[in-house]
Design a binder for this molecule. Structure first.
Ligand SMILES: [Ca+2]
Ligand SMILES: [Ca+2]
Length: 312
């Protein structure tokens, strides 16, 4: 087995590890056409739908549509929520997940009673049991009815989350998450509000603190960050949206030359890192840099978390 093959297997194993339970970098972008295990618990009618177009990045961006009540003559589950019991379950504490971010858009129909489209009070809930307390719930994110996508970040900390039906410390729940819910409710409640509501959600990201070079946001700098960097450099705006970063966050992740910008010239220092300080003569374009990546992956193994420092 040559080094390139070893690199492929290493990369594949990293991807597989992140698929079973929530890990830093876990992302639901719905681009595979499925609901990516975000459902409504079964037996409650129409499950959330994967919508092919109109996500935060435009025509080719898929997203998840969550509905309740009756909209356009179609009946949905009575209360507004979606839940996940697999890819976003697990031990958030040992995994080092410190926030869940997502893009949200309010698609609710006009409320005939008020003559207005309601603002949706979006919250996230972490449950130790399936469909039950003990649980911890976030503050609300007010999703306006302005026909626009909004980026919401839900920190995972003792100060940002509130106990629901439990006296267990938050650490106990976060270490044993069986179900995660995204719902809309003015009150701190396990259930979504009853009514005719709809929202879109995309780019649900379980994130670790920002680490320079951690392009895939999984909390450490590894060869898997090279393809994430190459993809990100082709469309930085889309990358920021998908990875829950503002401009400062992007610079923290990707600026290796210290000029406060993220450009193709930032590729070489990261490639050098994996090449053990060796040089690749020219900075390749993103389309061809994969070859350099494969060479780099074949040359070295993993870099331990926290061991990398920005050159500047
Ligand atoms: Ca998407
Ligand atoms: Ca990484």
């Amino acid at each position: 087995m040559n080094r390139t093959t070893t690199g492929f297997l290493l990369l594949a194993s990293l991807i597989c590890v992140s698929a079973a339970y929530a890990a830093p970098g876990s992302l639901a972008d719905f681009q595979d056409g499925t609901v990516q295990d975000w459902t409504n618990g079964g037996g409650r009618g129409v499950v959330p739908l994967n919508i092919a177009s109109g996500g935060p990045n435009g025509q080719t961006d898929r997203y998840l549509e969550v509905s309740s009540g009756t909209i356009n003559g179609q009946t949905y589950p009575p209360n507004l929520l979606t839940l996940n019991r697999t890819t976003y379950a697990g031990n958030y504490t040992s995994a080092g997940i410190t926030s869940i971010s997502m893009d949200l858009k309010n698609f609710s129909p006009l409320d005939e009673g008020t003559g207005m489209v309601p603002v949706l009070p979006i919250r996230i809930v972490f449950e130790q049991g399936v469909g039950s307390t003990p649980a911890y719930i976030s503050d609300l994110f007010s999703l306006p009815s302005d026909n626009a996508w909004h980026h919401a970040v839900f920190p995972i900390s003792a100060s940002a989350l509130h106990a629901l039906g439990t006296t267990d410390p938050i650490a106990t729940v976060l270490a044993n998450i069986a179900e995660v819910r995204i719902l809309a409710n003015d009150s701190e409640d396990l259930h979504g509000a009853f009514g005719n509501y709809r929202f879109g959600v995309d780019n649900i990201l379980a994130a670790a603190p920002i680490v320079p070079g951690d392009w895939n946001r999984d909390g450490s700098v590894t060869p898997a960050d090279i393809p994430a960097m190459l993809q990100g450099l082709t469309d930085l705006a889309a990358y920021k949206t998908q990875k829950g970063l503002d401009n400062a966050g992007l610079v923290s992740v990707g600026d290796f030359t210290g000029d406060g910008q993220v450009t193709n010239s930032d590729m070489q220092p990261l490639l050098n890192l994996f090449a053990g300080g060796g040089s690749i003569a020219t900075v390749p374009e993103p389309a061809t840099a994969g070859l350099a990546y494969l060479a780099a992956v074949g040359a070295v193994g993993l870099i331990r978390r926290g061991s990398f420092r920005r050159a500047s």
